[in-house]
Design a protein around this ligand. Structure first.
Ligand code: 3EB
Length: 285
């Protein structure tokens, strides 16, 4: 994804943990793990298979890996789909992906409704479905957004199967809490709002992020999460909109942000911007 802007001259996301790491492979998944955490990645070339089959194959390999490694708790998934908004064999490719993903969750006995992990799904270049993920031996709390219908119960107008994710996951460790906020967009209830208006979509998205934060803060034990302390990743559909998006975020949250702006397609054609974030409380915050 082309980088459009960052708040700092360089910004790198890296996940650190205590203990000795080992690495391995299972099917298409390559991973590195500690005793308590596993980070994995896979890249599946499409090779004419279509997004339903590809989504199913990706998650089947991921669940097989987690089962073998004794890492049953899913924290966060990052999904990158080539040509996400294009028509597949009968419906949009993102909707086909949702069918395959949900089938794999059901087959692997992972919750596909309440309690599903946090996630994002963006368009990417190339010809491969890329998924990376964090799993743990510790169960996170699934957080929903009262302003939005849970994505796993979206009505059929958005495709025959609902997307499988929660609005956020809150991992509560003895001395630290980690909040993963899913890709968040200008959706109220289940409807996209402010079509064609990127600044208004950005405002609405921020209201959703704030709503998720207040839900997380009702459970937090090490203080309160605040939007301006989060590390943000902002996806903008049209590169020329980045200035307008930046203006809204800086007006609302200030200039001293950890934020990167990337050019990407978002999973509904009318959505122009999507924001994901993570944050820490307690040790290391
Ligand atoms: C939405 O709220 C916007 O399919 O994994 C956000 C986060 C979105 C994750 C996914 C989709 C996904 O429906 C789209």
């Amino acid at each position: 994804m082309p980088l459009l802007a960052t708040s700092q001259t360089s910004l790198l996301h890296a996940w650190h943990c205590d203990g000795t790491l080992s690495e391995g492979r299972l099917g298409a998944v390559a991973y590195r793990r500690s005793e308590d955490f596993l980070f994995g990645v896979l890249s599946l070339p499409e090779a004419g298979r279509g997004m339903q089959a590809l989504g199913f194959a990706a998650y089947r390999d991921i669940f097989a890996c987690l089962e073998r490694e004794g890492m049953p708790q899913l924290l966060r998934f990052w999904n990158y789909l080539p040509r996400i908004n294009e028509a597949g064999g009968g419906m949009e490719r993102y909707r086909e992906f949702n069918v395959g993903r949900q089938d794999a969750f059901i087959e692997g006995s992972h919750p596909h409704l309440a309690g599903s992990p946090s996630a994002c799904a963006l368009g990417c270049g190339g010809d491969a479905l890329v998924v990376y993920f964090l799993a743990s031996r510790h169960a996170p709390l699934a957080i929903e957004n009262p302003r939005q219908l849970s994505a796993w119960s979206y009505p059929q107008q958005y495709g025959p199967r609902a997307p499988t994710f929660s609005r956020a996951s809150l991992l509560q460790l003895p001395t630290q809490e980690v909040l993963f906020i899913s890709g968040t967009a200008s959706i109220v209830g289940h409807e996209s709002v402010h079509p064609g208006e990127v600044a208004a979509q950005t405002q609405e998205t921020l209201r959703n992020v704030e709503a998720v934060l207040s839900e997380a803060n009702r459970r937090a034990r090490h203080g309160r999460f605040a939007a301006r302390d989060l590390t943000l990743k902002v996806f903008v559909r049209h590169a020329e909109d980045v200035v307008a998006v930046q203006r809204v975020l800086e007006a609302e949250l200030g200039k001293d942000l950890k934020i990167m702006y990337l050019r990407a397609d978002v999973c509904r054609a009318e959505l122009l911007v999507e924001i994901e974030a993570f944050g820490f409380l307690g040790a290391g915050a």
